[in-house]
Design a binder for this molecule. Structure first.
Ligand code: NAD
Length: 297
């Protein structure tokens, strides 16, 4: 049994922490929102009021925070994670953040004698609840080996990606593909509708021919062909437009820094941004089909 500090008990962090508790680990949790902490306590966790209240001899500290700025402050502030723990604690950030921040904070941890891994996840809230996430881990290899059994309680694919920040690179590039492919699939359905081809017919053909992809076969943006896709519940998220836009913007920022052209990613980001601007940020990202169709259906 390990002792784990868990910071950020939101939509993802809450169920991830609950899975560690279920597996018999002792988890001390902190969140700035009290209702998140109360739910964590109901799940059997030990709540604390402050990062400094997490016992300083925990085996792991896991963070699951909204963005790079939160990770920076939680790790680097005077009473933050790096200042509060010693080399016996392995630090794991599961948030999706920019590569530069991930590398910079891990380097600060290293300077203080600590190992920090970046371990962003994919699979959404359902994956977090079912412990079936894909977890992409960057950083020290020995640290990865030490963390694997714990991460396996939250995810079914735990993959080592190489040096620090590479987990974030993998996550960002995956979501670049996803954001673009969802628009491609949506455009094809809208065109087929206009030309009188039935949704199910297009699905049956493309799902077994070269148009096949996850956006079509697991997350189909029209209701019917994939009964549990968000399209069947009026695009209730799921993975929101806001989150897709956040990840596409991370890839656009990185592409700019590296001087790489990503014209499809840039167009995708601008379409999700336009859709968000119309008040749809809370919807599942597959609702982008509404923008392409130019209607609320
Ligand atoms: P969320 O907003 O539900 O949870 C984040 C939690 O962090 C909140 O409860 C917030 O109160 C807490 N927090 C913020 N600042 C804090 C601080 N200084 N100290 C302690 N707690 C603090 O977000 P989420 O959906 O759980 O996403 C978390 C991360 O996971 C994000 O980086 C997101 O991009 C990524 N992610 C989300 C999904 C998804 O489907 N929700 C899927 C994959 C990855």
């Amino acid at each position: 049994m390990s002792v784990v500090g868990f910071i950020g008990l939101g939509n993802m962090g809450g169920p991830m922490a609950a899975n560690l508790i279920k597996a018999g680990h002792k988890v001390q949790g902190f969140d700035i929102e009290q209702d998140r902490v109360r739910q964590f306590e109901k799940n059997g966790g030990d709540p604390v009021n402050d990062i400094r209240e997490i016992s300083n001899n925990v085996d792991f500290v896991i963070t699951m925070l909204p963005a790079g700025s939160h990770v920076r402050s939680v790790y680097l502030e005077t009473c933050g994670v790096i200042a509060s723990f010693n080399k016996n604690t392995l630090l794991i950030d599961c948030s999706t953040i920019d590569v530069a921040t991930a590398r910079e904070v891990a380097a600060e941890a290293k300077r203080a004698g600590l190992i920090m891994l970046d371990a962003p996840v994919s699979g959404g809230v359902m994956g977090a609840e079912a412990a079936s996430l894909t977890i992409m881990v960057g950083g020290n290899k020995r640290g990865f080996e030490q963390a694997t059994s714990l991460l396996s309680l939250m995810g079914k694919n735990v993959i080592y990606t190489g040096s620090s920040g590479n987990g974030q690179v993998a996550k960002m590039c995956n979501n670049l593909m996803l954001g673009v492919s969802m628009i491609g699939v949506s455009e094809a359905f809208v065109l087929a509708e206009k030309l009188g081809l039935d949704h199910q017919k297009l699905y049956d053909i493309s799902s077994s021919s070269s148009g096949q992809c996850w956006s079509l076969t697991s997350y189909c943006p029209v209701p019917g062909p994939v009964p549990n896709s968000p399209a069947n519940r009026n695009y209730q998220a799921g993975f929101t437009v806001d989150m897709m836009l956040k990840d596409l913007n991370l890839s656009q920022d990185s592409a700019k820094i590296c001087g790489v052209e990503t014209p499809m990613g840039a167009k995708a980001a601008s379409l999700y941004d336009q859709f968000k601007g119309l008040g749809n940020g809370y919807l599942d990202f597959s609702a982008i089909i509404r923008l392409l169709r130019n209607s609320d259906n």
